[in-house]
Design a protein around this ligand. Structure first.
Ligand SMILES: [Cu+2]
Length: 165
């Protein structure tokens, strides 16, 4: 009896349709926004996602805001005298027509500056992305593990994560 029940439970879990964690504004599609868990006391955190421009004209991620931080910046990582450095992009980042830009650790990313609490794996929080032409869009960031390199926790499939706000 037990054996049958556990097989049924596993099958049922596999049957749960993965609800896409994508957002759309104008011709832009934002895929799987995620953030890394932060160490205790950290005041900054990184955010990642993909942005696809399905339109025929360029657009630009120029700024944003989040419910977990005082400010939000768009950054790039670049080599400077053999040292990997991050730099704020004052004019934001262009998304060319037909292009997908991947924000990922070690590359382009957004920064949550002035965190008001520690980000913990499995949490989700609201942020607003501001694009030059498409305008504003509210998204949910899912918090992955400390040092995560990509978004792969169950919370990402909209299973019940601990919503911060
Ligand atoms: Cu940065």
């Amino acid at each position: 009896m037990l054996r049958f029940a556990s097989v049924a439970a596993i099958t049922a879990m596999l049957m749960v349709p993965a609800v896409a964690h994508d957002f759309t504004v104008g011709a832009l599609k934002i895929g799987h926004p995620w953030a890394r868990a932060t160490p205790k006391g950290a005041s900054i955190g990184g955010g990642y996602m993909t942005v696809t421009n399905t339109g025929t004209t360029p657009d630009r991620l120029v700024s944003g805001a989040s419910v977990v931080s005082k400010s939000f910046e768009v950054h790039e990582m670049s080599m400077d005298n053999g040292v990997m450095k991050m730099r704020m992009l004052p004019k934001g980042l262009e998304i060319k027509p037909g292009e997908t830009v991947t924000f990922k650790p070690g590359g382009y990313h957004v920064m949550f500056i002035g965190l008001d609490h520690q980000l913990m794996q499995g949490q989700r929080f609201k942020a607003t992305l501001q694009f030059e032409h498409a305008g504003k869009v509210d998204v949910d960031f899912v918090v992955e593990g400390l040092g995560a390199m990509k978004a792969d926790s169950p919370a990402h499939d909209d299973m019940p994560g601990m919503k911060i706000k």
